[in-house]
Design a protein around this ligand. Structure first.
Ligand code: PLP
Length: 454
């Protein structure tokens, strides 16, 4: 590893407290559900990637079809400016992506809006930034014709939408963004519809819209599962009611499916389970099968048309240099073909079955406060004095799991499993089994520590 004059690696890793964390694990290659590293003695070490490398990987690492598509594209056209130019991978991907969205939402009712346009960017954060700019810009354009320039944005408490300033603004305030709070724009965070508290949350939601609905441009939300908040699951019915209320008040629906999209919650897109089509759909992570960075914001004709003018000043002002990068488009296209050619949905259903069985074992543990399963997502809360991101339980579990060659990255006291869909049943059983032992280990350590303190 390269080291600088301070004796540390000059590589600055994300979400890492370098002063207390050990050296990063050097990964040489990956295949399927496995990452391969090398021990100091030169032996290959296989680590189960049970979090799909930060929720991006869908079909497994280095899926041969995607490898081939990216290799072929790289040799043909690696990058081209996307303003005034286009290319086959972007055109084909757009057709296939919109058709996949249409199929997934086919039961959402004939009066639902249709997502007909795709705008590309580089990440989940930018997909959300673009959607918010489109929503606010939509009402700004309307204002020029005598409408209202709505300037309020609402979101759910606990939501996470990325780390650029607009996306941070949409996200809940907390340790992640405390230093930047004075620089974030105002977003009203309404109560999360916790199980048993749905009626109260809906009441607050409706109350807000009654007062400010006419000034509100958009509702930004993670449908069904709030990922970074600790895989918090909520009811599709409540989400549907919130969406219906938004429609009543003309508030645009921005579905952030950066994590939930591409099968994570058991359907291709989570909003489909709530039975509505959003006005703006944000996608990333699984879009390229987890291969290359890419974001997409899908929009309705109504939104597209707000920027479709004779006047150049009325266009949608947003660009990123690598918009619709041909290799990323080729990866996304190949990934969508894998969905058509392989039994991906059955794999997800199999994972959900295994998760449900495991949930039955874990829920009986006295150190477990809650267990949740939604599609390929399994999460449990470990009872701890400190809950939330700063709980040390997560680090202890992380270390134990890695010592046993399983990658889990708990969010504080929330431990979750979010595997690539290709994971084998035996590997999944191994993840549960090691997690069980990790929890025993943490429990025993706590007992020893409290005895020492006494
Ligand atoms: C729901 C959601 N939105 C947005 C983002 C940001 O995506 P990215 O890290 O690609 O910018 C994330 C990342 O975890 C996410 O979970």
């Amino acid at each position: 590893m390269t080291r600088n004059s301070a004796g540390v690696s000059p590589v600055w890793h994300p979400m890492t407290q370098h002063k207390v964390s050990g050296p990063a694990i050097h990964v040489e290659r990956a295949e399927g559900a496995y990452l391969y590293s090398r021990s100091p003695e030169g032996e290959e070490r296989a680590i189960i990637d049970a979090i799909s490398s930060w929720w991006v990987n869908t079909h497994g690492h280095c899926h041969p079809k995607i490898v081939e598509a990216v290799q072929a594209q790289a040799a043909k056209l690696e990058q081209v400016i996307f303003a005034g130019f286009t290319h086959d991978p972007a055109e084909k991907l757009t057709r296939k992506l919109l058709s996949s969205v249409r199929t997934s939402f086919s039961e959402s009712g004939a009066d639902s809006p249709k997502l007909e346009f795709a705008f590309y960017s580089d990440s989940g954060s930018t997909a959300v930034e673009v959607a918010m700019k489109m929503a606010i810009g939509f009402f700004a354009a309307k204002a020029k014709n005598g409408g209202t320039a709505r300037q309020k944005v609402i979101a759910l408490d606990g939501g996470y939408h990325g780390d650029t300033f607009g996306a941070m603004s949409a996200g809940s305030r907390g340790v992640f963004n405390a230093s930047y709070a004075p620089f974030l724009f105002d977003v009203t965070h309404l109560p999360f519809p916790e199980k048993g508290m749905e009626a109260k949350a809906l009441q607050a939601f409706e109350g807000y819209l009654k007062k400010y609905g006419a000034q509100t441009a958009a509702f930004v939300f993670e449908p069904l599962v709030q990922g970074a908040a600790g895989m918090r699951v909520y009811s599709p019915l409540v989400l549907r009611k919130m969406a219906t209320l938004c429609r009543e008040y003309g508030v645009l629906l921005i579905a952030d499916e950066v994590m939930t999209g591409f099968g994570r919650t058991g359907s291709m897109f989570a909003c489909a389970q709530a039975g509505f089509v959003p006005d703006l759909l944000c996608l990333s992570k699984g879009l390229t099968g987890g291969f290359l960075p890419m974001g997409a914001t899908l929009a309705t004709r109504r939104i597209y048309k707000a920027f479709y003018k004779d006047d150049k000043a009325g266009q949608f002002f947003h660009s990123t240099s690598f918009t619709a990068n041909p290799m990323a488009c080729a990866a996304a296209l190949a990934s969508l073909e894998v969905w058509e050619e392989e039994p991906v949905m059955e794999r997800i259903a199999g994972i959900e079955d295994s998760h449900r069985r495991a949930a039955g074992w874990f829920v009986a543990r006295p150190d477990v406060a809650d267990v949740r399963v939604k599609g390929s997502v399994f999460a449990l809360d470990i009872a701890d004095e400190v809950s939330g991101y700063l709980s040390s339980v997560g680090t202890e579990i992380y270390d134990f799991m890695l010592e046993h060659d399983v990658l889990l990255r708990p969010i504080g006291n929330v431990v979750y499993i979010l595997p690539p869909y290709c994971i084998g049943k035996e590997d999944l059983e191994r993840v549960y089994e090691v997690l069980w032992r990790a929890m025993d280990h943490v429990r025993d350590m706590r007992v020893v520590m409290s005895q020492k303190a006494a």
